[in-house]
Design a protein around this ligand. Sequence first.
Ligand code: HEM
Length: 189
Amino acid sequence: MKHSSKIAVGAATALGLGVAVAVFAHPGGMGPGMMGFGMGGPMMGRMQGDASFADDMRLVHAMLFDHDKIIRTVANLPDGIRTATESGDPGVARAIKAHVASMENRLKDGRIFNLFSPTLPVLFDNRDKIKTTVEMTERGAVVTQTSGDAKVVAALQAHAVEVSELARDGMAAMMRAARASMGTLGMNR
Ligand code: HEM
């Protein structure tokens, strides 16, 4: 179905532009690019525009923009993960800490924050089976997450890889995830 795959590519491009505009033209607030991205795009209905959404997006943009200043290591445990995500840049370190703190609260409250990750819905659906310990360091955060459920352990480990790819490749990794999620939306056939 050639026609609908063109729509998918168009949608991915529009999303890319939305993110780029939000990052480059509106670093301090919710600009028009962000509005189009968050409320008018094909992701509408898959994510929740709650009160902290704009703040959370701002932190994500800051980390993606400065991804090459992020140092991340992941250890897979038999029942989960231990990750260290840090930066020598104080601003980036602050963004990492604020993101981790906010995401921990979101997980606790079941307020999902997701754009293109296939693993986050599994984690939020099973949040009562996840034990999270966060240790803030001077330069970032060390996060340990464990579960007694093998399916959840697999999702934790897969999500840790997704975060590592975002830290390594920044916006390019985000766009890869966006294209992959078009397939799961049934738009890329
Ligand atoms: C460079 C970009 C990013 C970095 C460095 C980053 C960093 C982190 C870290 C350190 C954690 C704790 C779990 C772990 O270490 O694996 C985490 C969790 C989380 N992140 Fe990010 N993140 C990034 C991008 C994103 C994006 C784009 C989203 C969604 C739009 C997102 C949503 C979440 C959520 C919902 C959690 C909680 C998951 C859980 O605790 O099980 N993150 N992130």
